[in-house]
Ligand binder design. Structure first.
Ligand code: GDD
Length: 419
């Protein structure tokens, strides 16, 4: 039997995802029509013998209870949310809930960062892990030399063994990076216990340092992976499939495009298709069945339309996510943008952002995940985001801007954050 853990952090994480995370926990933000971590759950549900998914985070239980119920009934596996009393780090929560993870004696368990999106190679990881008799297998991919510094970096020894691991190094170590997806054997809890007890002994010192962390805090990368590197039991499986972090709203658009492309390969019935009674579709488009889209509108490529949304005649949408209950009035244009729940875009309005895709000329380039402002205090060009329940008046232009919830916009805006 196998299990999976999905780490989702808490409300204080994911700040670069605002204002989209103001109304909905970031792990539940819909990408290609499904909450971000539903893609993880769906990948897990396809692994034979995987019978339980434990979501670990510091969000209040109520934020996730409905989602967890829905997921259990959709996929027919046990799904539970375990709430940390305070953020315990990427391994502290797993150690805290170790009895729940170990119950039923799973042979192995996956650990998945909730803020990554990928064509998860879970079956390959199981085969690889078994063949190596590993304690832990890391899904790995290539990054550019410069971008590798933002990730965990590994140097491999013989047969995929990790000889050296450095988390977010300050100088170049390797272009092989940690994807934040792992397969672990149960003995990993022994390593966590060693780290936990060492930390407890240093507890009084830590309090003196005043770092504000709970003594049960354990960082999986710095405390566990670094310790296991070179032990002969930590392995990495380099993969060439699509993988990306989702740290910023811009990276949600990028992830949306890739999940839609995966639907085309694996579940084409999820994508909207052209027929006599449909609107004009270009490329990969997801339309929730409850949305009403006028025949004369044109959507795509890479567009997701949420539940109960109304799209009037002549609308053009490209490379964008439109969330639930929005009203897109006639002849408006939406490009490289995210339109928040319950928002209204007026007739003939234009909402446009700047694409922030990885550099196509650099092999293995990843999303940049730039902060909102550059060093000169200016807004970095990015996608345009309309928060929840915003109203944009007819014939207005909104370019490269971020609009917080409940704003009424009656003029044009360019490169602004509208608070
Ligand atoms: N339950 C819980 N508790 N989850 C947490 C906590 C915590 O205290 N802190 C972070 N997480 C979750 C986050 O929500 C995210 O899904 C994942 O753990 C990793 O979060 P970060 O700590 O922000 O790390 P990172 O994303 O910068 O780097 C990690 O992922 C990269 C790949 O995306 C590292 O594992 C890197 O080595 C790796 O390259």
């Amino acid at each position: 039997m196998l299990k999976a853990i999905i780490l989702i952090g808490g409300p204080l994480k994911g700040t670069r995802f605002r204002p989209l995370s103001l109304d909905i926990p970031k792990p539940l933000f819909p990408v290609a029509g499904l909450p971000m971590i539903q893609h993880h759950i769906e990948a897990c549900a396809k692994v034979p013998d995987l019978s339980e998914v434990l979501i670990i985070g510091a969000y209040p239980k109520n934020d996730l209870s409905q989602f967890v119920q829905q997921m259990s009934s959709t996929y027919g596996i046990v799904i539970r949310y375990l709430q940390e009393f305070t953020p315990l780090g990427t391994a502290g929560g797993m150690y805290h809930f170790r009895d729940q993870i170990r119950s039923g004696s799973p042979s192995y368990f996956f650990i998945m960062n909730g803020d990554v999106c990928a064509d998860f190679p879970l079956l390959e990881m199981v085969e690889f892990h078994k063949s190596k008799q590993a304690l832990l297998t890391i899904m790995a991919t290539e990054a550019t030399r410069q971008q590798s510094l933002n990730y965990g970096c590994m140097v491999l020894g013989k047969e995929g063994e990790v000889a050296h691991y450095v988390e977010k190094p300050s100088t170049f170590v390797s272009t092989l990076i940690n994807c934040g997806v792992y397969l672990a054997s149960l003995e990993i809890f022994q390593t966590m216990a060693d780290v936990f007890h060492a930390n407890q002994q240093q507890d009084h010192l830590m309090q003196l340092c005043g770092n504000g962390r709970d003594p049960a805090h354990i960082a999986f990368e710095r405390d566990i992976l670094t310790r296991l590197a070179g032990s002969g039991r930590l392995f990495a499986l380099p993969v060439l499939r699509w993988w990306s972090q989702v740290k910023t709203a811009g990276s949600a658009i990028y992830a949306n495009r890739h999940y839609l492309a995966l639907y085309k390969q694996k579940q084409p019935n999820r994508l909207a298709s052209m027929s006599n009674d449909s609107c004009n579709i270009i490329g990969d488009v997801y339309i929730h069945p409850s949305a009403t889209v006028h025949l004369t509108s044109m959507l795509g490529p890479n567009v997701s339309i949420g539940p109960n949304t109304i799209i009037e005649p002549g609308v053009r949408i490209r490379e964008s996510i439109v969330l639930a209950n929005t009203h897109i009035h006639a002849h408006s244009l939406i490009l490289h943008s995210i339109i928040g729940t319950g928002t209204s875009v007026g007739e003939w309005a234009r909402v446009e952002g700047t694409p922030c895709d990885p550099n196509p000329n650099k092999p293995f380039a990843k999303m940049e995940n730039l902060p909102l402002f550059n060093v000169n205090g200016k807004l970095n060009p990015s996608i345009t985001i309309l928060g929840t329940s915003v109203s944009l008046a007819a014939e207005k232009i909104l370019l490269n801007s971020i609009v917080l919830p409940h704003k009424e916009l009656t003029r044009n805006y360019k490169n602004e954050i509208i608070l």
